[in-house]
Design a binder for this molecule. Structure first.
Ligand code: XBP
Ligand code: MG
Length: 251
């Protein structure tokens, strides 16, 4: 079946948002309410095993702070912290501190020019996606994507396939007509469970993950003056993940 759409994960795939974005914003939210929680870069790498910010805070308490006295209104505290974290994170993005990864804008523009449809499937909060697109890509970039499937819109976050299935249903497309882009093992498990061929671009937090089942694993999507390197699979002499190569990957 011919390639009709590209579906992108956000965190780690469109931009390296975790270490200098989400992590920093979580710490700002903790400090703001006087909590002694602090997530350093190494700990945050471990916490990334759980997707979703609210889920990640609960996991932190269960795994690392079993003795921390739980307030009776823990659910409300988590929701309040998460709202504060979203505020801090979108402020960071508005400062333009977090750029897109190499090759992302190039591929998105090429896809639009050749009539491919675009979508997003992510566990992060919708406001975070909008802020990243607006500040790191273009003021109208939200409208480039036919579907932005994000956050709590489905009950089960990645590695469950629900968010990808939701995007496919909204676009009325079959998985064979789409190519997914991910950066993590949880993300790849999610896209593969939705039967999507998937390109992985690794980053510092995910380079040791298991990416078996990916169509191609790259260090990044590549620019003409900054060729991509294949970690697994074949770039076939190309230095960039182009629309042509994307079509061949699903053929
Ligand atoms: C991204 C995430 C997100 C962000 C935090 O996973 O795990 O939870 O770290 O987002 P993926 P929120 O790239 O696989 O979608 O705090 O907005 O939940
Ligand atoms: Mg990701």
């Amino acid at each position: 079946m011919a390639l009709a759409a590209l579906i992108f994960d956000v965190d780690g795939t469109l931009a390296d948002t975790e270490r200098d974005g989400h992590r920093v914003a979580f710490n700002q939210a903790f400090a703001e309410v006087g909590l002694d929680w602090h997530w350093d870069e190494r700990l945050y790498g471990e916490l990334l095993a759980v997707t979703g910010g609210k889920e990640r805070m609960r996991h932190y308490l269960d795994r690392y702070r079993p003795d921390w006295p739980r307030p009776t209104a823990l659910d409300a505290l988590i929701v309040r912290l998460h709202a504060a974290k979203t505020r801090h994170y979108t402020n960071l993005l508005a400062r333009g501190d977090i750029p897109l990864r190499p090759g992302v804008e190039r591929l998105l523009r090429e896809a639009r020019a050749t009539g491919l449809r675009l979508a997003i499937a992510t566990t992060t909060t919708p406001e975070n996606v909008t802020a990243l697109l607006r500040h790191a890509l273009a003021s109208d970039a939200e409208s480039w994507f036919e579907v932005i499937a994000a956050g709590d819109i489905v009950p089960a976050k990645k590695p469950a396939p629900d968010i990808y299935r939701y995007a496919l249903e909204r676009m009325r497309l079959r998985p064979e007509q789409c190519l997914a882009f991910e950066d993590s093992e949880n993300g790849l498990r999610s896209s593969r469970a939705a039967n999507l061929a998937t390109v992985v671009t690794v980053n510092d937090y995910t380079c040791d993950h298991d990416f078996s089942g990916a169509a191609l694993v790259l260090d990044h999507l590549g620019e003409p003056d900054r060729p991509a390197r294949a970690v697994a699979g074949q770039l076939n002499g190309a230095g960039c993940l182009t629309v042509d190569l994307a079509k061949r990957l699903v053929a």
